[in-house]
Design a protein around this ligand. Structure first.
Ligand code: ZN
Length: 238
């Protein structure tokens, strides 16, 4: 493996080279002052809750054993565990007493807004990108293996937040990303409909941006067969 012009051979040096590369990349997207301000703001807001008046009920209330059991039964198996070595299989097979303890830990984190250190630790595994020079650290895509217990807590919280956001209409209807039951097809469908209804015709400018036929995806062929006149117009947007 190469670090600049230098050849590195030991595992320790290689790991160090990856650490430096990832630290460099993550520094580019971090805004320390904003992070600090947001944390301070969150801490102040946490002192008293406007939603429930600190009664810790409704959306702020603890998770029930039923909530936990539902998430446990939906866990995907055969996934590599995080640094704590706890697999989803272990969580799935917990007995009633252990489930209660787990629920207490998750609810404690939810109530105090403290995330255990073990849930924030990750084992980073660099995976080589196809066709790239394997001697360079930049040719690897890192994946982070994190605690399945932490992920379980996150899933419980996400389900509650999603319900709140959807039921209170906080997410605009145009947003399809990160939403269940919606996909990019919805956006394409809307665009096709708009083009049909408004009768937007081809323009030389659009034609110059015409791209190669779209990827082999059934959604695309279904969409384009429904609207053969407009698919290339859409292709210029993607
Ligand atoms: Zn509250």
């Amino acid at each position: 493996m190469l670090k600049g012009d230098r050849l590195i051979v030991t595992d320790r040096d290689k790991a160090e080279a990856f650490v430096q590369e990832y630290a460099r990349v993550s520094k580019q997207v971090r805004i320390p002052k904003l992070d600090r301000d947001t944390k301070r703001q969150l801490r102040e807001e946490h002192r008293s809750c406007r939603g429930c008046g600190d009664r810790r009920e409704g959306a702020c209330g603890p998770f029930s054993l039923q909530d936990l059991v539902r998430e446990l039964s939906g866990l995907q198996l055969k996934k590599t565990p995080g640094p704590d070595g706890i697999s989803n299989e272990m969580l799935r097979h917990l007995g009633p007493v252990a489930r209660k303890v787990l629920l207490t830990i998750i609810n404690m984190s939810w109530r105090t807004a403290e995330v255990p250190r073990q849930w924030r630790q990750a084992t980073v595994v660099p995976i080589p990108k196809a066709g790239k020079d394997k001697r360079l650290t930049a040719s690897y895509r890192p994946i982070a293996l994190t605690s399945h217990v932490g992920k379980l807590a996150e899933r419980l919280i996400k389900r509650r937040l999603t319900f709140l956001a959807e039921s209170r209409g906080l997410v605009p209807p145009e947003q399809v990303g990160f939403r269940a039951g919606r996909s990019v097809e919805d956006s394409i469908g809307r665009l096709v409909q708009q083009v049909k209804t408004d009768g937007i015709g081809p323009s030389p400018d659009v034609q110059t941006h015409q791209k190669a036929p779209p990827p082999r995806s059934t959604s695309w062929s279904r969409m384009t067969s429904r609207a053969p006149m407009t698919w290339w117009t859409i292709a210029s947007y993607v």
